[in-house]
Design a protein around this ligand. Structure first.
Ligand code: ADP
Ligand code: MG
Length: 379
């Protein structure tokens, strides 16, 4: 899960990293009000889930509240690499003397969190990484000890950063603590600014949270931005299953990511287009199946549904109960092709007898049939 700059800064501040004061504005007038409150030069920054905002015109300085209003109105609505700007961060401008780069990522090769540090921070770190990788210092951190202050000071020196050694090293230690504390997969400060007054502040921040650890941070999962995702994906994630909206017309429900992917392939090969990926997971009960059907049926593109269940810890009769309940409640009105096999298969078939569900002995037959129904207008 990607966080916005203002959210990432809020988290870094919790771990003691200095960030310029700032607030979010949704309109140009709000931006003006914030600027007059600060009574100082501010920087207006697009809050979108992509980098390179500076170069795209999404970061602008404003010396007066009126200028802040103007700049905000230029940035609001701006399309940056496909992301439309709906809000801006109005932050106090800092007097920049140096712009450095500090980042943490999980390196799968060393199986460690790796600190990256460079004195060539600012807007072009990707270029530096591509053209002069040696300008970025990389340091795998021992998970048993974490990043210790003496190591951080050593790294700051090695990377050639200038300024208050203790403050710079302190930020690196805090960044590591934040990374581990919020279960991030990426945490980056670019630029890490040394001001003309010698202060060290994070002028930009990027944090990506590890989705698999979000359950440990209910406060953070609330930051999930509904507008950035498809509304049905948000609803599905609230129900606790994996759903991805796709472009086609055949709704897909299955148990297990592998089986669902296989089902998508079968539908494609049969000449159809899947409308979604939906994995109800292992051991799903009737209510989960019911909710899955509810989500899939809310998609107006769906013309028919293929339910593919291989009963292991998931009982096929539970799936059947969910399907029947959805039919009884009038939620499921579209044609359904089903293949059920494995645990409680016979019970499921018995329950579904006489119901308007097309049952097939194999996935391939079910795929062909649902595609025919959807493409050919019924059977
Ligand atoms: P992006 O990385 O998306 O381009 P940044 O937040 O890094 O956006 O901003 C780009 C540049 O704008 C920074 O490298 C810095 O020079 C300047 N900048 C950003 N925030 C501030 C600030 N609070 N005060 C002064 N300059 C800033
Ligand atoms: Mg940046």
């Amino acid at each position: 899960m990607n966080l916005h700059e203002y959210q990432a800064k809020e988290l870094l501040a919790r771990y003691g990293i200095p960030v310029p004061p700032g607030r979010v504005a949704y309109t140009a007038d709000e931006a003006k009000a914030i600027a007059s409150e600060y009574g100082d030069t501010v920087v207006i920054k697009a809050q979108v889930h992509t980098g390179g905002r500076g170069k795209a015109g999404g970061v602008k300085l404003a010396k007066t509240p009126e200028e802040a209003r103007e700049k905000a109105s230029q940035i609001l609505g701006l399309n940056i690499r496909g992301f439309v700007t709906k809000k801006v961060l109005v932050g106090k401008a800092v007097d920049i003397a140096k712009e450095y780069y500090a980042g943490l990522i999980l390196d799968r090769v060393t199986q460690r969190v790796v600190l990256m540090l460079s004195k060539e921070g600012g807007v072009d770190i990707e270029e530096v990484a591509a053209e002069r990788p040696q300008a970025i210092l990389k340091y795998p951190i021992n998970p048993a000890t974490g990043l210790r202050p003496f190591e951080a000071r050593e790294l700051v020196k090695q990377a050639g950063l200038e300024g208050n050694l203790g403050k710079l090293a302190g930020v690196l230690v805090q960044l590591y603590q934040a990374y581990v504390g919020v279960d991030a997969s990426t945490a980056e400060i670019n630029p890490l600014v040394v001001t003309a007054q010698g202060e060290v502040v994070a002028a930009d921040a990027k944090i990506v949270l590890d989705d698999n650890a979000l359950y440990r941070h209910p406060d953070l999962s609330r930051l999930r931005e509904a507008e950035a995702e498809h509304p049905l994906e948000v609803e599905a994630s609230n129900y606790g299953f994996a759903y991805v909206k796709l472009e086609g017309s055949v709704g897909i429900i299955g148990n297990g990511a592998g089986l669902v992917m296989y089902t998508l392939d079968l539908v494609n090969r049969s000449g159809g287009k899947p409308a979604n990926f939906l994995d109800i997971g292992g051991g799903a009960k009737a209510d989960v199946v019911y909710n899955a059907i509810k989500v899939v049926c809310k998609d107006p593109d769906v013309k028919g549904i293929f339910i593919n269940i291989f009963g292991g810890i998931t009982r096929a009769d539970e799936v059947a109960k969910g399907v029947i309940q959805a039919m009884n409640d009038g939620i499921l009105t579209k044609p359904v092709a089903m293949r059920v096999a494995g645990t409680a298969e016979e019970e499921a078939k018995k329950l579904l007898e006489g119901k308007p569900v097309y049952m097939y002995p194999s996935s391939i037959e079910a795929a062909k049939a649902i595609v025919e129904m959807v493409n050919g207008g019924g059977r």
